[in-house]
Design a protein around this ligand. Structure first.
Ligand code: KG4
Ligand code: ZN
Length: 347
């Protein structure tokens, strides 16, 4: 394949199809984010109470090319103006990843530009760099999504150590499962947080998993079981009524937030970092954001978030990560790379 000399500070197109959001964006280091488009499949999967992988792949196929045309038009660019095409290569659902990966590599080939495979969690933790006051390296990142919960020491771009991670469910997964137990529609996290607004968070005494033990790992499956038992108890009493459900939602949310805040504080003390980045879908949670802001202010540090839309899956973070990879001299790949499992430390 003949490749143009890539201009490393030119615009990079990003493609995201790792789960149930189809997204395309263009980021340029000189001009910032030029365009970003997204289609959420949430309604498609809602009837099934969770993401159905085969439906996700088929819908990515349907949506990706129209979104691509929309994004290029919005940015006023043609394919050959790009410095690279970046795509999420993993971790994620294999069929869903393959749609974005084959499209990304095919387009890069057609436009004679490099294709850059991007690690989805690396893209999440870099998302706050898209904001007006981006964090400087080094920082600590609390990555909390539907598939992952981890605390990462970010020394510089591409240099990461995982300080702690979940031993069972991810934080977002726990939100989704607790929401299901409370009869809420998928995706459960935002619905549960909304229900919790009218609830009394002190009514149900739910466990704060692994807080008494030393270390930085998380566990959320026991908390989910505690919610299940509380719902059963309410059913025995003829409920749960609307207020009971709101109280349970609030108590659950507080238990998760307390746990995440305590572990983040522990990791900050251990690593001596003064900047905390919070990213991933659960990073959209208002209570978590508020509590971490207070905690960092009290420590004389600062917390950085992506805008709410860029906490959940999006292609802006993928285009940014691709651009950083290109500028760091990481090699493009001619292979279609799709890795359902891919440790962040190998990114
Ligand atoms: O990062 P993301 O879009 O996808 C993954 O890479 O997993 O995260 C989705 C997760 C879901 O579990 C969803 O319920 C959760 O983020 N989430 C929330 C909120 N918004 C999204 N959890 C709690 N509160 C929210 N406001
Ligand atoms: Zn994600």
């Amino acid at each position: 394949m003949e490749m143009q000399n890539p201009a490393p500070d030119g615009p990079v197109l990003g493609i995201e199809t790792s789960c149930d959001e189809t997204a395309v964006a263009i980021y340029c280091p000189r001009h910032g984010l030029l365009a970003h488009e997204l289609f959420s499949q949430a309604d498609l999967h809602a009837a099934f109470g969770g993401v159905v992988p085969e439906l996700a792949s088929r819908d990515h196929l349907r949506r990706l090319l129209p979104l691509l045309t929309q994004t290029l038009t919005a940015a006023g660019l043609a394919g050959r103006d790009l410095a690279a095409v970046a795509y999420t290569a993993g971790p994620g659902l294999i069929g869903a990843l393959l749609v974005g990966a084959t499209a990304g590599v095919g387009l890069a080939f057609a436009w004679s530009v490099p294709a850059m495979p991007v690690h989805h969690m690396e893209a999440h933790l870099l998302a706050p760099l898209l904001e007006d006051e981006p964090p400087e390296f080094p920082f600590l990142a609390l990555l909390v999504s539907g598939g992952h919960s981890m605390l990462v020491d970010v020394r510089r771009f591409g240099d990461y150590s995982i300080l702690g991670e979940t031993v069972d469910d991810a934080a977002g997964e726990a939100f989704d499962k607790a929401a299901k137990l409370l009869g809420l529609p998928y995706p459960g996290g935002p619905a549960l947080a909304k229900l919790a607004e009218h609830g009394d968070a002190t009514r149900f005494d739910l466990p704060r998993p692994m807080l008494r033990r030393p270390g930085l790992d998380f566990s959320f499956s026991g908390l989910k079981t505690a919610v299940m038992l509380a719902v059963r108890e309410q059913e025995r009493l003829g409920g749960p009524g609307e207020q009971d459900r709101a109280d349970l939602a609030a108590s659950f949310q507080l238990a998760v937030v307390d746990t995440l805040v305590a572990k983040a504080e522990r990791a900050l003390t251990a690593s001596g970092r003064e900047r905390l980045v919070i990213a991933g879908g659960v990073g959209a949670n208002r209570l978590l954001r508020e509590r971490l802001r207070e905690s960092m202010a009290a420590r004389g540090g600062r917390v950085y978030y992506p805008r709410i839309d860029f906490c959940t899956d999006n292609a802006a973070m993928v285009a940014l990560a691709g651009s950083l990879r290109l500028r760091a001299g990481k090699p493009p790949s001619l292979l279609v790379e799709a890795r359902p499992r891919w440790p962040l430390t190998d990114a």
